[in-house]
Design a protein around this ligand. Structure first.
Ligand code: FPP
Length: 214
């Protein structure tokens, strides 16, 4: 969800306002994805590397996360969305860990769609953790690692969308991206609309996926 900072800077606003508008987009896109019938949507909200940002920005992001869970949880429960968190979220502030635990429990039985939020997430760290768990149980194989990834109960990754003109994966779902399609746009995350999502899905539908075959 890149480009919140630049969106704010262009308007001579504080970065925090860019992130706040970013959360508005999260709300709109999560709703649109569900209405479009997507089985799963995963949003990269806070990376393991984002701790390098200034303390006040980290604190703004955590406050936005708290507010998001507080204001959206009832709707997620009602509309059939299962909330899932990937990453080392248990290391976040205790009150956030409690809120997340409650949100996971309240949406656990929902089956309409899964909204996954990556928090304190790094894909290399995830793969290392999964490999260690697989090794502790027996052989290290593609399947045994896959079964231990944070995403083990999600469908295979089909499409990665990255906003704001960045053309890299930045430690997001590296393993899962092996055969994912990618769609890059210059649109900044706060300006990303359901129409952009629709365009990305339209493009995706035209891609011929061979998974290494022919
Ligand atoms: C990247 O933009 C964005 C982030 C690091 C944070 C994304 C987080 C949110 C939208 C809010 C919290 C999420 C939820 C689900 C409530 P950037 O700051 O790197 O922008 P820039 O590249 O323009 O500087």
């Amino acid at each position: 969800m890149d480009g919140n900072g630049r969106w704010a800077k262009k308007r001579l606003m504080p970065r925090a306002l860019g992130h706040k508008r970013g959360v508005d987009t999260v709300r709109t896109i999560a709703r649109a994805a569900r209405e479009m019938g997507l089985e799963a949507l995963t949003l990269y909200a806070f990376s393991s590397e984002n701790w390098k940002r200034p303390a006040d920005e980290i604190s703004d992001l955590m406050s936005l996360l708290r507010a998001f869970i507080r204001t959206e949880l009832d709707e997620l429960v009602r509309n059939g969305t299962r909330l899932k968190i990937i990453g080392e979220w248990q290391a976040l502030a205790p009150d956030i860990v409690d809120m997340i635990g409650d949100a996971l429990a309240r949406t656990a039985h929902n089956r309409q769609t899964t909204l996954t939020i990556a928090l304190n997430y790094g894909s290399q760290q995830e793969i290392a953790r999964a490999a260690a768990r697989a090794a502790a149980k027996g052989a290290i194989t593609v399947e045994s690692i896959e079964a231990e990834l944070d995403t083990a109960d999600l469908p295979p990754l089909d499409l990665i969308i990255r906003t704001s003109g960045e053309v890299r994966l930045s430690n997001f779902l590296l393993w899962q991206a092996a055969y994912a399609e990618m769609w890059f746009t210059d649109v900044l995350w706060p300006d990303f609309t359901p129409e952009h999502l629709h365009d990305a899905l339209g493009q995706f539908a035209t891609r011929e996926r061979r998974f290494g075959g022919r």
